[in-house]
Design a protein around this ligand. Structure first.
Ligand SMILES: *Cc1c(COP(=O)(O)O)cnc(C)c1O
Length: 348
């Protein structure tokens, strides 16, 4: 991206902001004999009586090493949802700016644009679920601040081709957010490796899917040092709690177990696809790079209800554009998958 100017994109109020300076900004415990009498905490140790590290240094240092980026290129949040919200609030002026989303895609982008009073300009994916690059570039204007690219995409499951994303990174005059919530299930390379090449690139990942930690809420944002600096300025000081930091650290250190589980999920996904493919009421299965499968069926409402009657909850995506009569199946454990397949085969 030529002549990229981060400051042109940052909201004026954020540029002028003097961020909150917390007690723990100045000192964190390093296990030595310091007396912390600065933050009005209860002094009696119960494991969580102290405020957490506002910059989550241990976790960031581990992620930085694993991903080959610098700690200053990472921001952590209370789930990707917080990370995404911070991105809106850093760059989009309410009632003036707009963002671009590419339905069918993750619903939170639209919800966040509503919350933040930002116009959401939608450009449908093509019929093979790829970004329509020419249409996107036609619809942007000087107030287009963010472009959301979800790859692998939810709910379609496919990864977008690199060429299209590259063209958008080179041509879009705002920030391109590549949401990689499902990247750990994909053979495609993460866009992380392109961070140094594209100052307008933000990559988000999460511990909610492959890492199996949806319950602790930990979202990750990778970007240029400048962009991370802006987001740090506006984030709540202690946005990632102590328990989350600890559990995330343990899990990220146990990469072998995560990889094993991902391999199992991918194996089960193959079984599920085979089973779905053999069903008469399934008319199409879409290629997936994620831990779910989108299937087109004869009558999604009917099939959804039939599964519900058998205590199986799937996601009916039929209201999404290009997704008429589709159900999204998350891949479960081998036992769950076996049950699901048996039930599917019994449906009349
Ligand atoms: C599940 C999901 C997330 C994860 O959100 P968290 O808040 O981190 O749990 C982000 N983006 C997409 C596209 C998702 O499907």
């Amino acid at each position: 991206m030529k002549g990229f100017d981060l400051n042109r994109l940052v909201r004026e109020s954020v540029q002028k902001l003097q961020p909150y300076s917390s007690a723990r900004d100045e000192y964190v415990s390093d296990g030595s004999e310091m007396l912390f009498l600065d933050a009005n905490e209860n002094p009696f140790d119960n494991g969580v009586n102290r405020y957490p590290d506002p910059y989550q240094r241990s976790l960031k240092s581990l992620l930085a090493e694993q991903k080959g980026v610098s700690e200053s290129q990472i921001l952590l949040g209370n789930g990707s949802d917080e990370v995404l919200d911070l991105i809106y609030r850093a760059f989009c002026e309410p009632n003036r700016d707009n963002i671009i989303t590419l339905p069918p895609t993750y619903g939170m982008y639209k919800v966040l644009s509503g919350i933040n009073a930002i116009e959401n300009r939608e450009v449908l994916l093509t019929s093979d679920f790829e970004p329509d690059v020419d249409e996107i570039l036609k619809i942007v204007d000087a107030n287009s601040k963010l472009l959301f690219i979800c790859s692998p995409n939810n709910p379609t499951g496919n990864s977008f081709k690199g060429k299209g994303i590259e063209k958008l990174l080179e041509s879009f005059n705002g920030i391109v957010v590549v949401d990689e919530a499902y990247i750990d299930f994909s053979k495609d390379e993460s866009w992380l490796s392109q961070l140094d090449k594209y100052p307008n690139l933000i990559v988000t990942q999460t511990l909610s899917k492959a890492f199996g930690l949806a319950g602790i809420r930990l979202g990750i944002c990778y970007a240029s040092e400048g962009t991370i600096g802006v987001l740090n300025k506006i984030k709540p000081p202690y946005n990632v709690n102590q328990l989350t930091q600890q559990r995330a650290l343990e899990r990220v250190l146990n990469q072998d177990l995560v990889n094993q589980e991902v391999q199992q999920i991918l194996k089960e996904r193959t079984e599920l696809i085979k089973a779905l493919d053999s069903l008469e009421f399934v008319s199409a299965l879409y290629p997936t790079d994620a831990n779910f499968v989108l299937a087109k069926v004869d009558d999604a409402n009917k099939r959804y209800q039939q599964l519900l009657d058998k205590q199986v909850v799937v996601r009916n995506r039929s209201t999404q554009p290009l997704c008429e009569n589709t159900l999204r199946f998350t891949v479960g454990t081998p036992e769950e998958n076996k049950k699901l397949i048996a039930i599917l085969k019994e449906l009349k």
